[in-house]
Design a protein around this ligand. Structure first.
Ligand SMILES: NC(=O)N[C@@H](CC(=O)O)C(=O)O
Ligand SMILES: [Zn+2]
Ligand SMILES: [Zn+2]
Length: 344
């Protein structure tokens, strides 16, 4: 039995740090051992231009604890009106590495998102030219489409034609939740990759809905049935370079989650690498954790892996019931339960 492993310092390729009072707490958690993270721009109001995205970068930087070399990688929020000029200006800063496609209404703070991808074709053309990555929340938004089918339908109705029209655009299908997405990504060339969250590896919809409804497991895309969970575990633990770590850690205050109409998003940044390590360990794949957490992401983004290491020890510790989130509290995943790995 392995009880200590050292891997290249990991990065988180999809996280929500929020803003305001919460930012010091989320920044502290992500910078505990992540080298870099792709910072989601779905703020209120969203980070839709170079100026407000760089201002957000500065606010994050001001909260990074001393001794941490954590570097935020920024993302521009695409709207129907994002111009090719704005894309080029943002990418030229060197700090904004990607732009995010939120289909309007698909998820938290996506109301300013894109109503028809054809409207952003000029922006996508500019992104393809300069090498800026496209990050996608992949769900159809028509209200009559069943929530469990929205990701799979997005692949055929939106993503497939988009990839055909922009074959050289580098695309990350974010937080995939279905076998359909695993198969889709595997069938594409090296320009198409996917991030996978820890909670979609650990849970399926039974965990959320059987024997009582658990609002802290409610996130988008929603947890699916276990055949999908199995496909995600297989993809993540394969070591295949198309799949890498993206926690989608997305805090909402306790009262906004435990409500008649609760917000979508699960908080995992307090223990992200430890949670992934549990899954890889349970599947006898700890030898693939480094590829997934530390190597495949940089390879896709054209960056070097981090130059130092982190050490994980098999050691149990109890997750706090709640963690501070500015003036509020967030209930983390595994709240009050034991986690069996620890990064020292
Ligand atoms: N994943 C979620 O359920 N929520 C995210 C938005 C997102 O990543 O879709 C959030 O910002 O709260
Ligand atoms: Zn999303
Ligand atoms: Zn997200």
């Amino acid at each position: 039995m392995t009880d200590t492993i050292s891997i290249t310092r990991p990065d988180d390729w999809h996280i929500h740090l929020r803003d305001g009072q919460a930012l010091k707490d989320t920044t502290k958690d992500v910078s505990r051992y992540m080298g870099r993270a792709i910072i989601m721009p779905n703020l209120v109001p969203p980070a839709t231009n170079t100026e407000n995205t760089l201002a957000y970068y500065d606010r994050i930087k001001s909260h990074i604890p001393e001794g941490s070399n954590f570097e935020p990688l920024m993302v521009l929020y695409l709207t129907n009106k994002t111009s090719p000029e704005e894309i080029k200006k943002a990418y030229a800063t060197g700090k904004i590495v990607a732009a995010k496609l939120y289909p309007a209404g698909a998820t938290t703070n996506s109301d300013s998102g894109v109503t028809d991808v054809k409207l952003i074709y000029p922006a996508l053309k500019a992104m393809q030219e300069v090498g800026m990555k496209l990050l996608v929340h992949g769900e159809i938004t028509d209200s009559h489409i069943d929530i469990f089918d929205r990701e799979a339908l997005f692949l055929e109705q939106v993503l497939s034609p988009l990839i055909k029209d922009f074959p050289n655009l580098k695309v990350v299908l974010e937080h995939i939740t279905t076998k359909d997405s695993v198969d889709f990504v595997n069938a594409q060339n090296e320009n198409v990759a996917a991030t996978i969250t820890a909670h979609h590896l650990m849970f399926n919809r039974n965990h959320m809905l059987a024997g009582g409804i658990r609002p802290h497991y409610y996130c988008l895309p929603i947890l699916k049935r276990n055949i999908h969970q199995d496909a995600l575990v297989k993809a993540a633990t394969s070591g295949d370079q198309k799949f890498f770590l993206g926690t989608d850690s997305a805090p909402h205050s306790k009262d906004k989650k435990e409500a008649a109409c609760g917000c979508a998003g699960s908080y995992t940044a307090h223990a992200s690498l430890e949670l992934y390590a549990e899954v890889f360990d349970a599947n006898n794949a700890l030898d693939k954790l480094e590829a997934f957490a530390s190597l495949n992401g940089p390879l896709f983004y054209g960056l070097n892996p981090n130059s130092d290491k982190v050490t994980l020890t098999k050691q149990s510790w109890t997750t706090p019931n709640t963690l501070p989130l500015g003036d509020d509290q967030v209930v983390p995943i595994k709240s009050g339960e034991d986690i069996h790995w620890l990064v020292k």
